[in-house]
Design a protein around this ligand. Structure first.
Ligand code: ADP
Ligand code: ZN
Ligand code: ZN
Length: 659
């Protein structure tokens, strides 16, 4: 008796394909197969149906059905509920079912035990802490059967013990026989939370992070399916973890940008979590000291239940924050006299300092002082950054490097120089100003080997260095007992981005970085250097006026009709040929024009980052009060649209950035 399978591929086609099984092949839904497809002999296919007979009315020549070459998996790696979730992702984020399925699954073929398992093998169970009253009432509220809404928010200042609340909620679920997904931003940056989870749950925990090889991921995936692991901690894609009897999803640092995928499908883990939790009627617990504006608005409406933590429990207190107005300083570097004084004081007390700058490299721009010419990357519309150690200019978007010119390429003047500065520059200034202090620098340039970040952070934690200097890699999730002082070298770096979330990002970055001070001792100090002390994202972060900031930010969004007061779909057309990209965007904008009320078409327009890696970028935005009509309208366009040769379309539903 012949049997057939229906499969999906990771291609942008909205259809499934049929293949014939050989007699000896054992196959069921959820396995992957290798099949011939088009001109290729071995393409990975995802089996979504196994049939004893072919359905009636097939619109292709049945005798042309090809045979399956090989079944990859011995056991299924997904089930029909997973196929349905993939269908939802494809409909929500406007990609094909196969693209969604492929993005949700580990790509490994053979299982290999994760090397990180070693520390799980000989784990020492960490002690449960006695909860404060605030923490207790949060745990009770979140785990109560009669909660008003399935969505909860743990709104707690930095260092107020959110992790312990999450852990105890997870423990509660485990005791009921349920599984838990615990999402953290970028796993390398939040190693402390991962450690907290694995040391509390040992072998019951599975870790899914970008540092694992595909085979290691597959092995963790199997441990989850077989119920060997019941708590899954991981970054964005762990939201798809196939946890049987899922009882709760936790999203730590909900505001974090890394929860949004940058490739097809451009899903947001929070949106997927909402879908999974509302379908299963289980709690979704988010937490942050700086909620996203969307989450804040939902809390105001009562659609998310808020639980507040106000106090630091490890002996610390919220630090004192001062603003340093750089426009009033006559600086000969980047470190103001006040900051210099505080660094010295901190050192005298044998305490540590963290210095933060959201920009790596030595200087920012190459600039001609005669004609004002600035050197931009030849592939991207961003300035080149000088890296002193290599002695080269480097583009932070595409990696292109070149020799710094000695004369201005525009006017030939020799009066050229650099403006702006990055972490590498500050390191040099620190060495000059504080020769006796030991500095550890952490940014993507200074980390060359795997594990180096952890090593450096450990060294600092042990007190073997005086200053930790870094980019956003050190902004969140870190807990260093010895830190007294936090200095933000330039709070303005995110402020001037032409993006509707610029203020929100600036605010949350200051609060999060400031939150690294005073976690264990009540005398923490934060100095915020800025050229724009009057900008409300900056001074409201510095005087901890959260209510005020969100109120004003939401009002701005309401007036400018940006999320959460509207929904957006962004189409980016990119091509090596500028005209092709522009024409494609114009054509799309024209085709999308319609009389349907509630749909507004913005554009075509050049993207703020108009050139990346030699690709010209133009965008069209669909905006409306509700998302569903936008999705329908955009989907209808995309299904009928023939993408011109050489043009690539990025579809982004609910974009988090418009750069
Ligand atoms: P957050 O995630 O809110 O920034 P953390 O979860 O990192 O804060 O907690 C900060 C510190 O407070 C940690 O060192 C943690 O061990 C400690 N802590 C949390 N809850 C308690 C508690 N109930 N009693 C004592 N210490 C606590
Ligand atoms: Zn010049
Ligand atoms: Zn570039």
């Amino acid at each position: 008796m012949s049997r057939w399978i229906e499969v999906l591929f990771n291609i942008p086609l909205h259809q499934s394909f049929t293949y014939k099984l050989k007699d000896e092949q054992i196959c069921s839904v959820g396995m992957r197969a290798e099949v011939p497809f088009g001109r290729q002999q071995k393409v990975t296919a995802f089996v979504i149906n196994v049939m004893d007979s072919l359905p009636d009315g097939l619109d292709f020549d049945v005798s042309k059905i090809k045979e399956v070459r090989r079944i990859i998996d011995k056991e299924p790696i997904f089930d029909s509920a997973f196929v349905e979730l993939a269908r939802w992702v494809s409909q929500f984020y406007l990609c094909s079912h196969g693209e969604a399925l492929s993005a949700m699954l580990p790509s490994g073929r053979r299982e290999v035990k994760a090397s990180g398992d070693a520390f799980i093998d000989d784990f020492i169970e960490s002690k449960k802490l006695t909860l404060s009253e605030e923490q207790q009432s949060a745990v009770r509220g979140i785990t109560a059967d009669n909660a008003k809404s399935y969505m909860h928010y743990l709104y707690g200042s930095t260092g107020s013990g959110k992790t312990e609340v999450f852990l105890q909620c997870a423990e509660f679920m485990l005791s009921k026989g349920k599984g838990v997904i615990y999402l953290v931003p970028e796993i390398a940056l939040t190693a402390q939370v991962v450690e907290a989870v694995t040391s509390r749950f040992g072998k019951t925990a599975a870790v899914l992070h970008s540092g694992l090889t595909p085979s290691q991921k597959l092995s963790e995936w199997r441990r989850i399916i077989s119920k060997e692991a019941r708590v899954v901690v991981g970054a964005r894609s762990a939201v798809f973890a196939p946890v049987p009897d899922l009882g709760m999803i936790i999203i730590d640092e909900e505001h974090d940008g890394s929860y949004k995928s940058g490739t097809t499908p451009r899903y947001h883990a929070r949106q997927v979590a909402m879908k999974r939790c509302s379908a299963d009627k289980i709690p979704l617990v988010m937490g942050s000291a700086t909620p996203s504006a969307e989450a804040w608005a939902l809390m105001n409406d009562g659609r998310i239940t808020r639980h507040v933590l106000t106090r630091r429990l490890a002996g610390g207190a919220m630090p004192e924050i001062s603003i340093i107005d750089l426009s009033k300083e006559n600086l000969n570097g980047c470190i103001s006299p006040q900051l210099e004084k505080e660094i010295n004081e901190t050192y005298k007390e044998k305490r540590q300092a963290i210095l933060f700058l959201n920009r790596r490299g030595f200087t920012h721009f190459f600039r001609c002082k005669t004609c004002g010419y600035e050197l931009y990357c030849k592939n991207c519309s961003v300035p080149m950054t000088f890296h002193k150690k290599e002695g080269r200019l480097r583009c932070h978007y595409c990696g292109w490097t070149e020799q710094p010119p000695a004369v201005c390429p525009e006017c030939g003047s020799v009066d050229v120089g650099y403006s702006g500065f990055g972490t590498e520059f500050i390191e040099t200034e620190l060495t000059a100003k504080f020769p006796h202090l030991k500095t550890i620098r952490v940014d993507t340039d200074s980390l060359t080997q795997r594990g180096e970040l952890q090593e450096k952070l450990d060294t600092f934690k042990k007190g073997e260095a005086d200053i930790l200097l870094g980019t956003q890699m050190i902004a969140k999730g870190l807990n260093f007992p010895g830190v007294k002082l936090v200095g933000i070298i330039n709070a303005d770096t995110a402020l001037h981005m032409p993006d509707f979330r610029a203020a929100e990002r600036t605010f949350s970055l200051i609060v999060q970085v400031a939150g690294r001070a005073g976690r264990y001792f009540p005398d923490g100090k934060v100095l915020v250097q800025t050229w724009n002390p009057a900008r409300s994202a900056i001074y409201k972060a510095c005087c901890s006026d959260f209510e005020g900031f969100y109120k004003e930010e939401l009002e701005t969004r309401r007036l400018s009709l940006f999320p959460p007061f509207s929904r957006l779909i962004r189409l980016v057309f990119r091509s090596k040929d500028q005209k092709d990209a522009e024409n494609a965007a114009s054509f799309a904008a024209q085709s999308l024009q319609s009389d349907i009320s509630g749909i507004e078409i913005l554009g075509p327009a050049e993207c703020a980052l108009s050139l990346i890696s030699s690709n010209y970028r133009f965008q069209v935005l669909l905006r409306g009060e509700y998302l569903t009509p936008l999705q329908k309208h955009c989907n209808a366009f995309l299904r009928s649209y023939k993408v011109p040769q050489g043009v690539y379309v990025e579809v982004d539903v609910d974009p988090v950035s418009l750069l």
